[in-house]
Design a protein around this ligand. Sequence first.
Ligand code: NAP
Length: 302
Amino acid sequence: MTKQLAEYPVWRVSGATTGIALREVRRSLEKSALNEKPGAGEGRVAVVTGATGGIGQALVRRMRARGYTIIILSRQARAASPGINTVMCDLTDSGSITQAAADIAAHTPKVDVLVHCAGIITPQAVGELDSATIASQIAVDLTAPIELTNALLPIMRRGGHIVFVNSMAAAFPLAGSSVYTAAKFGLRGFARALEQELRPRRIQVSSIYPASVNTPMLSQEMAAGGSIYNFIDPPQEPDVTAGRILECCERGSREVFSSVFDKLFTHACLTSMRLLNLSLPIMKLLGRRGYRRYQRGLTPRP
Ligand SMILES: NC(=O)c1ccc[n+]([C@@H]2O[C@H](COP(=O)([O-])OP(=O)(O)OC[C@H]3O[C@@H](n4cnc5c(N)ncnc54)[C@H](OP(=O)(O)O)[C@@H]3O)[C@@H](O)[C@H]2O)c1
């Protein structure tokens, strides 16, 4: 059931924060209204990369529940199930992307939604970077979403939607994961330029910037010496992130952060390197504390 506005404690919030809080309340009312439309994806075709990963699996579950027909691009073969087909694709190989786009075009005349969710991160200090890991991160995190968008654009439906699953690393540089940071910064630039290009065709472009999410990527990243800043806040559950991605697919949001604070703070740090450098010691403390909690298995963020 949609919550009534008066049920929210927002009216007790004072002064200047009231405006921001009201906007958040309105957004969450809109979101809950969307989540109550189980048939919103009926008759719509979605192409999803990274669908076998932590966030991608949760997204596919949610999309199927809404009635979307889904085409998954993956390196892993899997049996077709109702409403879900897999097209084999290695996103590090541009020939494989071209072939996958041709297979999709043979299978469906129009694509309504394209979600770029595949991603990889390999923490390594600059000076110790190896060429293969530079190339694979740039390929999967940046080149592949560009190539796939380019290849599928001719069959994207007017009024369709393209969603880039980006990362907070596109606004808050991660020392030790500079290649991933560079790829995600680049992806943000591509999405912004694309958004302008596609306005005349009424194809909407969204980017979502999750902080840490409790998936195999996060465990692998931490096992390889990943950033402690991932734990300033407890990692989000993949299903929550998937819910936000789905909202992006069905609304016109251009850039979605986990919270208003995340968005404002990271952008203030982008504008002022001094603020960033002053904040880092506090963030390190918070991150270390959060990581100890995470290792003790405390509950993730709702
Ligand atoms: N987890 C986090 O903390 C976090 C935070 C912010 C943003 N993100 C972003 O969220 C997205 C999903 O992350 P996740 O945590 O769900 O990752 P994950 O569980 O590690 O899944 C990664 C997905 O990427 C696909 N992939 C990797 N290399 C590929 C390749 N060469 N060709 C085709 N597919 C490839 C994998 O597919 P196959 O192996 O099946 O082919 C898998 O489905 C990524 O873009 C990531 O940058 C994650």
